[in-house]
Write a protein that binds this ligand. Sequence first.
Ligand SMILES: Cc1cc2nc3c(=O)[nH]c(=O)nc-3n(C[C@H](O)[C@H](O)[C@H](O)COP(=O)(O)OP(=O)(O)OC[C@H]3O[C@@H](n4cnc5c(N)ncnc54)[C@H](O)[C@@H]3O)c2cc1C
Length: 394
Amino acid sequence: MATSEADLDVLIDELVTSYPPESTDPVKFLGEQFDRGLAWLHFPEGNGGLGLSPSDQLYVMRKLSKLGAPSAGMRNIIGYGMVAPTIVIHGTEEQKSRFLRPLFTGEEIWCQLFSEPGGGSDLAALRTRAEKDGDEWVVNGQKIWNSGAHYSDYGILVARSDPDAVKHAGLSFFILDMKTPGIEIRPIRQVSGSSHFNEVFFTNVRIPDTMRVGPVGAGWKVALTTLMNERHGMRDAPGPDFNELFSLARQVELEDGMAIDNAAVQEKLAEFYVRSQALKFTKFRGMTALSRGQTPGPESSIIKVVAANKLQDILSYGLDMIGMAGPTMGDSMPVSGIFEEALLYSPALRLAGGTDEIMKNIIAERVLGLPQDPRVDKGVPWRDVPTGPRTGKG
Ligand SMILES: Cc1cc2nc3c(=O)[nH]c(=O)nc-3n(C[C@H](O)[C@H](O)[C@H](O)COP(=O)(O)OP(=O)(O)OC[C@H]3O[C@@H](n4cnc5c(N)ncnc54)[C@H](O)[C@@H]3O)c2cc1C
């Protein structure tokens, strides 16, 4: 088993020499990467890993990316970053060997079927019902905001299997073949004209019990693994960061000289630098915990809330600077487009995977140990919790 960066280099060299990234079909390349345990190094051998640490994983990812290798994460964002860590922890051996490899190669794309009209921030309030019928489950209900459901092959679904249990205890977690009869997918048209999300309706959708992940009633625990990995994955909010802002300040000319020499700009840059560094070291803390075998915990919420807000602030400050420079920007105008596009998408990052308010609640209650929000549903069977009209038979 590889134990050092030198050992990993040998494995990487062997992979890219046998299958040069520029001339190999990406599915073939990623399959070979998986078979060599270089997919997720911290996963067990045989499941695309070598039982090493997440820092080894980062090392390999960086090296392969520099060598022009295809990115499994870019081809299958939800599958790679959220489904795989959930299946490897909670799935059966059959589920691991059936799903992890085609998920990594991108032959099977995955979506997340969690949110509902009445179960977004309060996900455990979800109403979609799963009722046992022999060796199968029959699912009825509705999900919403499901990214990529319209082109996905599989979905991870959380549904209410026991309405008599208290809210969090009555849920079960399933793998769903998106071609199963009874699934209706309706794309949601966004203001941009594109349709990234969907509503997904289930009418008597049958799921074999072998596709249940984790014990009946343990769906919340399994879903938390998915959510923690989602939040942890959002630590690298896409878009320009401090370095890009810094180089922008060196290009922008204000009335009294270059922006980088302006005291007010310098003060702002210093503030963003401090925020970026604090975030970086908080991420390192999370990575250390991961390398000790701990799953991402509530600290992921800190990373998510800080990263999304920092990104938005950096983008709007960058655009302010470009605006102050006006038409003198000349050759730097493409930079403006990059900042604008990222700014338009950035509010979504403060909602997806749990809103800022929910992240702050988690930090307050589970990191700082502050008193919890009053909860009227605590200890009450879900069936008796007062809500609006219910779908399914719950
Ligand atoms: C880009 C994007 C992609 C997404 N992709 C998926 C996906 O693939 N699959 C999926 O299942 N879901 C997905 N979602 C849905 C996402 O998880 C939910 O939007 C999110 O959890 C918030 O739920 P909600 O929209 O129902 O808002 P609500 O829960 O209705 O919240 C509305 C507002 O009330 C606030 N609020 C709610 N409860 C509290 C509280 N207790 N204390 C303080 N404030 C509170 C919220 O912060 C928010 O501002 C996606 C969302 C986005 C933006």
